[in-house]
Ligand binder design. Structure first.
Ligand code: M6R
Length: 365
């Protein structure tokens, strides 16, 4: 049932504040400002040699975001791979490491094969899955569910933000256990996570503005998305969503890679969507935006009020997000990039919930 929404995807986008709240409540002891994981871990974070992550598509991009968090909070090395590459690469694994697989359906063939490879190679396998009865959940040692509820739209939306919520909680727990974040830091991070649903609600208020921006985007042949730090995986997620829904060619790039190739594409017809909260790397992204502007690129900036003030370039549109703590920015900024893809697809008249050539669950490789 789509409720009063035109598509399942839109309904699922709007469900996000609620399901992210439910998911964070499952992982956080809100009264005491601590992470409280719902399952016992069969390993000691402090003794963990390494974390590996494997997943596909949007789930992979949740994993890539988590790499930044695990490295920052827990100072642990993280390898992240696309599951179809990981499974055949015969990568050596230090026994006793942690393998995290991320999957909405829990049935993705390549992710399942990666899980089995990791198990054979002495890893503790932890699954972040949305379907608790799935094969991936059954075969993993530890299951950390996302409580997104059934996701019907082929494009993953609420499962993604719930994956981010679970992975951020895990990274905070790891950081605390390894002694790299204090009790006060943990408290601040937990409180930030608890605010995410409220900020997502605020982000949803930009829908009409985004729908008007989508009119212009629907005329583009190619769209470039740029981001730095944790905004880089969100840029890639934006590009993936736009491709799969509107069939417009899109690429997500690390902003710093611009000069190493993609800048050649930029002319007056090229929309460039820049995901840039006013964070530690904002200044660096501004200089990349200037490079785009100097070549006539059409900048659509997704930022907060401070970012909008300091942008120093002319944009065709600015989508102003609430000012959010850095850790939850990827969760909150997922909302506008989903709405951009959704409205561009509606503008193009494509089948939003069932895009051509795609299946909800990829059970063959
Ligand atoms: O069920 P999974 O999370 O394992 O699926 C992984 C990908 O197939 C999936 O995220 C796909 O990229 C989505 N269509 C993205 O919107």
């Amino acid at each position: 049932d789509k409720g009063n929404h035109k598509h399942f995807m839109l309904k699922e986008i709007y469900e996000q504040p609620e399901v992210v709240a439910r998911t964070t409540a499952h992982y956080l002891d809100m009264a005491n400002g601590k992470v409280r994981l719902p399952a016992e871990l069969p390993f000691d974070w402090a003794a963990l040699p390494r974390i590996s992550i494997a997943a596909c598509g949007t789930a992979y991009l949740a994993g890539l975001t988590a790499k930044y968090w695990f490295e920052r909070f827990a100072r642990i090395q993280v390898d992240i791979d696309i599951a179809s590459e990981f499974r055949y690469r015969e990568t050596p694994m230090v026994p006793g490491g942690l393998m995290i697989v991320v999957s909405q359906s829990g049935e993705t063939a390549d992710t399942l094969a990666s899980l089995r490879y990791a198990k054979e190679n002495g890893q503790h396998v932890l699954a972040v899955v949305n379907v608790p009865t799935s094969t991936i959940a059954r075969e993993s040692h530890i299951v950390m569910p996302t409580l997104a509820g059934p996701e019907i739209g082929v494009a993953s939306t609420k499962a993604f933000t719930c994956q981010l919520a679970v992975l951020a909680s895990l990274a905070i727990a790891a950081g605390k256990a390894r002694g790299f974040i204090s009790g006060a830091d943990e408290d601040a991070l937990v409180r930030a996570m608890m605010e995410a649903p409220r900020y997502m609600n605020e982000a949803l208020k930009q829908e009409d503005h985004i729908a008007s921006i989508a009119k212009g985007l629907s005329k583009a042949r190619d769209v470039l998305y740029l981001g730095r730090g944790t905004s880089y995986p969100i840029a890639m997620e934006g590009a993936l969503k736009l491709k799969e829904l509107s069939y417009i060619h899109a690429e997500g790039y690390a902003a710093g890679e611009l000069k190493h190739g993609p800048i050649a594409l930029i002319d007056e017809t090229m929309p460039v969507i820049v995901i840039a909260p006013f964070d530690k790397v904002y200044e660096k992204t501004v200089s990349n935006m200037q490079e785009v502007a100097a070549r006539g690129g059409q900048i659509i900036l997704v930022t907060d009020e401070k970012g909008a003030e300091h942008a120093e370039v002319e944009t065709v549109a600015t989508i102003v997000m609430p000012d959010v703590p850095a850790t939850i920015a990827p969760i909150v900024y997922s909302v506008p990039i989903q709405l951009i893809a959704y409205h561009t697809a509606v503008e193009m008249g494509t089948d939003v919930d069932q895009p051509r050539n795609l299946a909800k669950s990829v059970t063959v490789e």
